[in-house]
Design a protein around this ligand. Structure first.
Ligand SMILES: Cc1cc2nc3c(=O)[nH]c(=O)nc-3n(C[C@H](O)[C@H](O)[C@H](O)COP(=O)(O)OP(=O)(O)OC[C@H]3O[C@@H](n4cnc5c(N)ncnc54)[C@H](O)[C@@H]3O)c2cc1C
Length: 297
């Protein structure tokens, strides 16, 4: 796709790179060249990039740490805006944590416990950003971002908007602030004074992840959302699909809820395995699993 001269000027002024492999920026380690790839350092830069892409009718994807993404290996003709380490500062004011969207959940979680606070212990093993977490309403072990998220700042139509989080803005793996509705640049969370058990809880969750999750293989975490009244992993296991393999993609024998890349998986391998698992679980149990992983092609 051609971009016009003005778009091209803005892109070069903001160090937009071309042909960057998505596999280098996704935890699945799958994905071909992103036609344009930017890592803005401020909301203004992000807004300029959005505007410039719009001028050339170039599709845009906003991503964080790429830990919930499956990207086509044919490449994607779009501008990928990564809100990552260039926008990752954070700080505490009493029990209030303000973080730029690119800060890692694992980092702010550990820092909050070190600062004598609780409310984010469950997030220490989630490999996403604050922005990606707020877009997914990430959660684990009974916690989720909606419990602590109070305010979100995001770009919409070139403006920076700050809004208090209201009832209904966040639900199970749902957020009103997820791209393309909004580009999250900052979040404010309200934590609580540590009851003395935060560090122990965090360590327990870390140990449980190490024991139960196939962290030794690239993946995007849980492949499917939890169906009402059930667990995706349990259904997949009962269907006898642990270890089921298509090319380099495999249903983890350690945790059936994870599809892992066990070496050189292509986009098609993973996509075909997702389809296979959905069809098989539906046939055996009448439950249609919905992917939690976001697919970009
Ligand atoms: C080993 C492993 C364990 C995991 N465990 C958990 C878990 O326990 N609980 C859980 O909930 N998830 C888990 N995940 C999935 C993933 O880490 C979360 O979904 C996380 O919130 C994604 O954040 P990210 O920054 O990587 O977002 P990405 O994967 O980059 O993006 C995910 C979605 O968020 C949108 N998005 C990202 N940044 C922004 C932004 N700034 N503004 C607007 N939209 C944005 C993207 O457009 C995309 O739709 C796990 C993943 C792995 C690999």
């Amino acid at each position: 796709m051609m971009i016009n001269e003005n778009t091209s000027e803005v892109f070069s002024a903001l160090n937009v790179r071309t042909g960057v492999p998505a596999r280098d920026y996704t935890s699945f380690r799958v994905g071909g060249p992103m036609a344009y790839f930017a890592e803005p350092s401020s909301w203004k830069e992000a807004a300029e990039l959005l505007e410039a892409a719009k001028e050339s009718r170039l599709p845009v994807y906003v991503i964080g740490n790429g830990s919930n993404l499956l990207v086509s290996d044919k490449g994607v003709n779009a501008l990928f805006i990564r809100i990552g380490s260039n926008m990752s500062s954070f700080g505490f004011d009493g029990s209030i944590l303000t973080a730029e969207a690119g800060a890692l959940l694992s980092v702010v979680s550990k820092a909050s416990v070190a600062a004598g606070l609780m409310g984010l212990e469950w997030a220490s093993g989630i490999p996403g950003t604050v922005g990606g977490g707020a877009a997914m309403n990430a959660g684990a072990y009974g916690g989720e971002l909606s419990q602590v998220l109070r305010e979100v700042s995001f770009i919409r139509d070139g403006e920076l908007i700050t809004r208090k989080v209201a009832d209904g803005d966040l639900g199970y793996r749902y957020s009103a602030f997820a791209y393309p509705n909004a580009v999250i640049v900052r979040a404010v969370m309200e934590l609580k004074e540590d009851d003395g058990g935060a560090k122990a809880r965090m360590d327990d969750y870390t140990a449980r992840r190490r024991d139960k999750q196939p962290l030794e293989f690239p993946s995007a975490g849980s492949t499917f959302k939890r169906p009402v009244g059930n667990f995706a992993g349990a259904l997949i296991e009962q269907a006898g699909l642990k270890g089921k393999r298509i090319g380099g993609a495999m249903v983890s024998p350690k945790h059936a809820g994870f599809i892992v890349n066990c070496g050189g998986a292509s986009f098609n391998d993973v996509a075909a395995l997702i389809c296979f698992v959905r069809a098989d679980v539906y046939e055996k149990f009448g439950v249609l699993l919905e992917p939690e992983v976001k697919i970009i092609e």
